[in-house]
Design a protein around this ligand. Structure first.
Ligand code: AMP
Length: 189
């Protein structure tokens, strides 16, 4: 099983690339943001719990995320591979992921980190706000999401670099060119 983590700040293009990768390799794309948004839209108990947190651009608790991911792995035990998009986002989540995979006799195969400068990220997120109307793409919330990224998520780069699992890819350019670079990195692994 190939377990790929697509890593990067909000607006780096993880979602777009994760869909293309999952399609090409016949893997399952797991976006924790999409899972949580679906819960919010359906008004489930979990959705009600996380709605305000998401709209404020804060991180949902590690406990909830780990619970969600455990059920994902149980549901898709027999797949060829996963593309994780938006998880893990904290060191606790990364360690919990290692444990979950270990229980299944698996591990993280590769972490591809999309590198995009901050000015470009804000520009893209504001454009997405117009195109998709996501409630957490307002200027104020974007700032908060980037702060969360720097405080909690960016340190994972060192965590995965130390394990020699990290490859950094420039996330600026055409979607297809970035996709080609990502595929080369996956195939080389
Ligand atoms: P995303 O679509 O990945 O940008 O996620 C949207 C929002 O969902 C985030 O701003 C968080 O509020 C929440 N979220 C998604 N994934 C996680 C995660 N792994 N840990 C904590 N919160 C998350």
């Amino acid at each position: 099983m190939y377990n790929l983590i697509l890593f990067g700040p909000p607006g780096a293009g993880k979602g777009t690339q994760a869909v293309k990768i999952a399609e090409k390799y016949n893997w399952i794309h797991i976006s924790t943001g999409d899972i949580l948004r679906a819960e919010v839209n359906q008004g489930t108990a979990l959705g009600l719990k996380v709605k305000a947190i998401m709209e404020a651009g804060q991180l949902v608790s590690d406990e909830l995320l780990v619970e969600i991911m455990e059920s994902v792995f149980v549901r898709h035990a027999l797949v060829k591979g996963f593309v994780l998009d938006g998880f893990p986002r904290t060191l606790n989540q990364a360690k919990a992921l290692d444990k979950m995979l270990e229980k299944l006799g698996k591990k993280v195969t590769l972490v591809l980190s999309l590198d995009v400068d901050e000015e470009e990220l804000v520009k893209r997120l504001l454009k997405r706000a117009q195109d998709q109307g996501r409630k957490d793409d307002t200027e104020e919330v974007i700032k908060n999401r980037l702060i969360q990224y720097h405080q909690h998520t960016k340190p994972l780069i060192d965590y995965y670099r130390e394990q020699k699992l990290l490859k950094e890819v420039i996330g600026v350019g055409s979607v297809d060119d970035i996709f080609t670079t990502l595929c080369l990195a996956i195939d080389a692994n």
